[in-house]
Design a protein around this ligand. Structure first.
Ligand SMILES: Cc1cc2nc3c(=O)[nH]c(=O)nc-3n(C[C@H](O)[C@H](O)[C@H](O)COP(=O)(O)O)c2cc1C
Length: 378
């Protein structure tokens, strides 16, 4: 019997780890009915394991406040009571629900009780933990220090495991079902609120979701979308509205293929090594060439133009990559003159950088950013 339970658990774990997003999971509502998390597609989700007799239970009040603030913008809080930490959620789901409504007036969905660790853990939690492991408690915070001490006393290696550590651990899921962040119960609610603001505001979410894409589908971008991208580009601010750039949007696939042939001859070894190589513009079907005055200047304005275009593309489900490398090749190689001529760049302008654009065929992870670069002077 024990072996059967173990092999069933292993099977659920494999299934959970093969999942692409939280939309692949079903949970049970407080009435025992199946609910597919696919019903929450397009919403920002905060998934939290709760308990009614925990020192962190008053967080219900803050969760409800966040819910009221962001629900209209697309936030859902999914509450899973769990009795695995200090047996602090002992009641039936009805009792728990009654307690939470009476004491904290919660309005977000409360699901059936589940286990989040161990043999009986719900596959949703296997998935959540595989996506966002334990990042540690903030030991500079008194409560973080207390939790770290308490857990380390029972397991010196507790921090090496992705297990849920206590009640009120939270996972933030973006509008595409990706688990983007995990918060420990001691993490500041104001930080969580700031992340929710980023995730629920479409402009902020677009900014935060942009990544450089270097694998694209074999599908050129529709002319109408390229037009919108260009329109958003030239809507960027420029010093004294001088608009000191010119832009060339390349839709001619043969031109891209022809210049790539030159690149392939010059970089044969590198191209052969790259099994995904399609063209010299990081494999994108379309490119946008941004030019600035040959005499110098205008680079700042051109940068702003480019970011506008990349965000516009992102907002329409396209991927982009800003490219400097290919420009150096194009400008330094005489055999690429035909390409430059075809762009009809006036003599007093020069190609500055290129934006690759297309339908993404990869979902790159976010590259780290150094928050220390920013100082707030108060
Ligand atoms: C001016 C500039 C030039 C870049 N040149 C290249 C390039 O030649 N090839 C490339 O693959 N990525 C290039 N990138 C993309 C950066 O590598 C990328 O933006 C950076 O690693 C951060 O990753 P993210 O865009 O996914 O956040 C360039 C980016 C900028 C802003």
């Amino acid at each position: 019997m024990k072996r059967m339970i173990l092999s069933l658990t292993a099977m659920f774990m494999v299934l959970a780890l093969a999942a692409q997003s939280v939309y692949d999971f079903k949970v049970k509502d407080a009435g025992g009915q199946d609910v597919s998390l696919a019903d929450y597609k397009g919403k920002v989700l905060l998934i939290v394991n709760t308990a009614t007799r925990c020192g962190f239970t008053p967080q219900y009040k803050e969760l409800e406040a966040i819910y009221e603030k962001f629900h209209a913008q697309g936030l859902e809080i999914l509450d899973f009571p769990c009795n695995q930490f200090g047996q602090q959620a002992p009641g039936s789901i009805e009792e728990i629900h009654q307690f939470c409504t009476a004491n904290y007036d919660i309005h977000f969905p409360q699901f059936d009780k589940i286990e989040v660790n161990g043999l009986g853990e719900h596959p949703l939690y296997t998935f959540l933990k595989s996506q966002q492991g334990f990042g540690g408690f903030d030991v500079n915070d008194q409560r973080g220090k207390m939790m770290d001490g308490m857990l380390r006393r029972s397991d010196a290696d507790y921090d090496k495991k992705a297990d849920i550590k206590w009640n009120f651990t939270k996972f933030l899921v973006d509008t595409n079902g990706r688990v983007v962040k995990r918060y420990e119960p001691t993490d500041k609610m104001t930080d969580i609120e700031a992340d929710i603001a980023l995730a629920t505001n479409p402009v902020l979410a677009t900014i935060m979701a942009r990544r450089s894409v270097r694998k694209y589908l074999d599908k050129p971008v529709e002319h109408e979308k390229l037009q919108i991208i260009a329109q958003c580009g030239i809507n960027a601010p420029s010093g004294m509205n001088r608009q000191p750039w010119i832009v060339r949007v390349v839709e001619d696939q043969k031109l891209i293929a022809d210049v790539t042939e030159v690149y392939k001859k010059e970089n044969a070894e590198q191209v052969t090594r790259d099994k995904d190589f399609k063209n010299m513009f990081r494999n994108a079907p379309n490119i946008i060439c941004v030019c600035t005055p040959a005499a110098g200047g205008g680079e700042l304005d051109a940068g702003l133009l480019g970011e506008n275009m990349m965000l516009a593309a992102q907002a329409m489900g396209l991927g982009t990559c800003c490219l400097g490398g290919p420009v150096r090749f194009l400008l330094s190689n005489d055999k690429c003159k035909f390409f430059i001529e075809r762009l009809q760049i006036p003599a007093d302008y020069r190609l500055n950088y290129i934006i690759a654009v297309g339908y993404p065929d990869e979902k790159p992870e976010a590259k780290p950013r150094d928050a220390e670069k920013v100082k707030f002077i108060k």
